[in-house]
Design a protein around this ligand. Structure first.
Ligand code: TYM
Length: 334
């Protein structure tokens, strides 16, 4: 095993990832993988996605497109394991055992469960409730210590840490403690300015959006309601467009944007145009690589299968330790 810290992170297979996924997580995944300082594993969590109503005929495409986006964004499968969660059954096995050291009260506190039960009132299933246990299993199965995520996953990660601690306290030290690693822009708001950017809310910039669509969407984006016309002073700290500038625009220009927004010298229209330009520039190579990969479907599937085989090798070692620690299976009788 490598002595570099192991990274694990994942996304649900929504099909089209958006700028929030990218600036909150994926861009960091690519950078940390390139740095060579970590031992990274990235997953597409299709089992998590079964906790809400979905069309099974669409799932393979959504999963494929999500994997394709990881690779198109620059994740190098030679340096990182990239795989599909349901290809490695140990995730589900570990979930069961971790469930036995997870307090119901802790699960009840999860804000994402509360939100999702509001959104899916007709289908509040137990999978939705134990979703964070599966997430803990994802991470602990690989004994990952670094988990690059956006803000909205921090609460789940704290619970994963707690679950690992409870397991260790009861059965012996099997799992290390995973810590979140946030990007400098861990929460990108949606274009409506009301809630975080999210596919289900339809307020996103897709990573494969055409330049013209990006420009159009940003043109209509919410900024600062106190800044109605050019000349009005703005507040960059509450403006989502400024957050995107901070992520993508060169630092010296960001300082000028901050200053000129505050004095009113820079209007929202021009600021948005400049924002669209940097977004389009960032997304251009992702679009190009995405198209190339689409033409190489078999190769992408092969990459995922190889990734699953490598992941399984690690996962089965952890599960052997877990079963031994818990006194389970015939292996314990020998
Ligand atoms: P998911 O699929 O909702 O989101 C994937 C990643 O994108 C980040 N993200 C954002 N960051 C900034 N601004 C936004 N508007 C925004 N929207 C999404 C998320 O924080 C996340 O990092 N439960 C997880 C998936 C998961 C997981 C794991 C993550 C399953 N197992 C183990 C880490 C480790 C989820 O639904 O993410």
């Amino acid at each position: 095993m490598s002595d570099r810290p192991r990274i694990f992170s994942a996304m649900q297979p929504t099909g089209e990832l958006h700028l929030g996924n990218y600036l909150g997580a994926l861009r960091q995944w690519v950078a940390t993988t390139r740095s060579g300082e970590f031992d990274p594993i990235y997953c597409i969590v299709d089992a998590h996605a079964t906790t809400v109503e979905y069309d099974p005929r669409e799932m393979p495409t959504r999963t494929f497109e999500t994997a394709l986006t990881y690779l198109a964004a620059g994740l190098d499968p030679e340096r990182a394991i990239v795989f599909v969660q349901s290809d490695v059954a140990e995730h589900l096995e570990l979930t069961w055992y971790l469930g036995t050291v997870t307090a119901m009260g802790d699960l009840h506190r999860m804000t994402q469960f509360k939100e999702k039960s509001e959104q899916h009132k007709q289908n509040i299933n137990s999978g939705l409730f134990t979703y964070p246990v599966l997430m803990a299993a994802d991470i602990l199965l690989y004994r990952a210590t670094v988990v690059p995520v956006g803000n909205d996953q921090v609460q789940h990660l704290e619970l994963a840490r707690e679950i690992g601690r409870r397991f260790n306290a009861r059965f012996g030290a099997v799992f290390p403690e995973p810590v979140p690693r946030l990007s400098t822009t861990p929460r990108i708001m949606g274009l409506d300015g009301k809630s975080k950017m999210s596919k289900t809310r339809g307020n996103t910039i897709g990573l494969f959006d055409e330049p013209r669509a990006v420009e159009k969407k940003l043109k209509g984006a919410f900024t600062d309601e106190a800044k109605l016309r050019r000349g009005d002073p703005g507040r960059p700290e509450i403006c989502n467009i400024f957050t995107i500038h901070r992520a993508l625009t060169p630092e010296s220009e960001v300082a000028a944007i901050d200053r000129d927004c505050r004095t009113g010298a820079l209007g929202c229209g021009e600021c948005k145009q400049r924002c669209a330009a940097v977004v389009v520039e960032e997304l251009a190579p992702i679009r190009t690589r995405g198209l190339e990969l689409k033409a190489n479907r078999v190769q992408v599937i092969e990459t995922l299968r190889e990734g699953a085989a490598r992941a399984r090798a690690i996962a089965s070692r952890t599960m052997a330790d877990v079963r031994r620690a818990m006194g389970l299976s015939t292996a314990g009788m020998e």
